[in-house]
Ligand binder design. Structure first.
Ligand SMILES: *Cc1c(COP(=O)(O)O)cnc(C)c1O
Length: 232
C-alpha cells in the first residue's frame, strides 16, 4: 500500500508549508487510524517514522493496540468521547487522552491508570463551536479553569493543554475565530499558573488554518488513510 506512505508525505508537506507560511513551529502529526485495520498502522510504522496514532472508539482501540503491542514506540491518542464504563482501556493503554470534559472521567482515569506507568497525558476538550451535539467543556474561562485545576490535582494524570473540533461547515473566517480563541484559552491557563503547552486542533480539511493559529498537534485521518466507511 504505497499510497499510504505517499499520502503521509503529502500531509507532512502541507504541515510544513503551513508552518513555514505562518512562521510557527511545525506541530506533531497524529495519524487518525479509526476504522482502518491494524495492518495499515503497522505498515506506516515499518515504512516511515510515524508513531503517533489516534483512535476514537475504545473497543476498536483495544483490539488494535493488542494486535500492535509488539511495536514498542507507538504512541496512542484517544480522540473520541469516553463513556465512563470504557475508561479503563484508555487508562491502561493510551499515552494521551484528548477528550477530557467532565470530573467523573478525570477521576476514573486517574484511579485506573496503573501507577507503574507514566502519567496519562490529557487535554481538555473545548466545545469551541458551542454546538449542542458535541461533547466538551463550554468555551468559557471559568469552566475550563475549574476542570484544569481538578486534573492538575490528580497524581496519575498530566494536564498538557486543550483540544477542539471546529464547527462543521465553518468558513475560513469562522475557523480562525474558533482556533484563535483556543489559543487565547491556552494562554489564559498559562497565566493561571498551569504548566500547559499543547493545542490539539486541525483535521484533514482545516489543518492549514489550525497551524496558522498555533496548533501544536494536528489530527489527520482521511488525508492519510482515505475516506472512512462506517458500514462494518
Ligand atoms: C476522525 C477525527 C479526526 C480526523 O478527521 P479527518 O477529517 O479524517 O482528518 C480528527 N479528530 C477527531 C476528534 C476525529 O474524530
Amino acid at each position: 500500500m504505497r499510497v499510504l506512505t505517499m499520502n503521509l508525505h503529502a500531509v507532512r508537506a502541507r504541515i510544513w508549508a503551513a508552518a513555514e507560511a505562518a512562521g510557527r513551529p511545525e506541530p506533531d502529526l497524529i495519524a487518525v487510524s479509526k476504522t482502518f485495520p491494524a495492518a495499515d498502522v503497522r505498515l506506516l510504522c515499518q515504512k516511515s517514522t510515524q508513531r503517533d496514532f489516534g483512535e476514537n472508539y475504545l473497543q476498536e482501540f483495544k483490539e488494535k493496540s493488542s494486535e500492535l503491542a509488539d511495536i514498542p514506540d507507538i504512541c496512542w491518542h484517544i480522540i473520541g468521547h469516553i463513556q465512563s464504563n470504557k475508561s479503563r482501556i484508555a487508562a491502561e493503554r493510551a499515552h494521551w487522552v484528548h477528550t477530557i470534559d467532565r470530573e467523573k472521567i478525570v477521576r476514573r482515569l486517574s484511579e485506573q491508570r496503573p501507577p507503574e506507568m507514566p502519567p496519562l497525558q490529557v487535554l481538555i476538550e473545548v466545545n469551541i463551536g458551542g454546538e449542542d451535539v458535541k461533547h466538551g467543556v463550554p468555551p468559557q474561562e471559568e469552566s475550563i479553569r475549574e476542570l484544569a485545576f481538578q486534573v492538575a490535582s490528580l497524581p496519575n494524570l498530566k494536564l498538557r493543554g486543550l483540544m477542539c473540533v471546529a464547527r462543521l461547515g465553518s468558513s475560513e473566517e469562522e475557523l480562525r475565530q474558533q482556533f484563535g480563541r483556543m489559543n487565547e484559552l491556552l494562554q489564559y491557563l498559562q497565566q493561571q499558573g498551569l504548566d500547559v503547552d499543547t493545542l490539539s486542533m486541525g483535521m484533514s480539511e482545516d489543518l492549514e488554518t489550525a497551524v496558522a493559529c498555533g496548533a501544536t498537534q494536528v489530527r489527520i485521518g482521511s488525508a492519510i488513510f482515505g475516506q472512512r466507511s462506517y458500514s462494518e
